[in-house]
Design a protein around this ligand. Structure first.
Ligand code: FES
Length: 125
């Protein structure tokens, strides 16, 4: 049911874990299935230099999270804010229709992490 890229990121996920001194943390969950994801980002000069995730979810959610962390490293936070779940699904070579919502988890967690980063910056200035 999953293609080779999805299976690779599911069975060998990149960037799993926590960044203890993260600049932004985003959490999200799916009402559809109860799965959750937390994304940590490290930002320098408005560029995402590191990203890690913890996902309690299905194979598609884990693959989406893994791919997303690879995609956002080196992106400006403005670019990353425009990243969509479709972008992640496309980079994975597509997801089965029933599993498309799983990639929302990763994109939503990223956007929440960026908002959290911006709030922290605003509070510090
Ligand atoms: Fe829940 Fe995929 S079934 S995120």
């Amino acid at each position: 049911m999953y293609n080779e890229i999805v299976m690779d990121h599911f069975t060998n996920p990149r960037n799993v874990g926590e960044i203890a001194d993260a600049d932004g943390v985003g959490e999200t969950g799916s009402f559809k299935c109860g799965d959750t994801m937390t994304l940590y980002i490290k930002v320098e000069n408005e560029i995402i230099v590191d990203a890690k995730f913890q996902t309690f979810g299905c194979g598609a959610a884990i693959a989406s999270s893994s791919m997303l962390t690879e995609m956002v490293k080196g992106m400006s936070i403005d670019e990353a804010m425009r990243l969509t779940n479709q972008d992640v699904a496309d980079r994975l070579g597509g997801l089965p229709p029933l599993k498309l919502h799983c990639s929302n988890l990763a994109a939503d967690a990223l956007h929440n992490a960026i908002e959290n980063y911006r709030r922290r910056r605003a509070a510090a200035s």
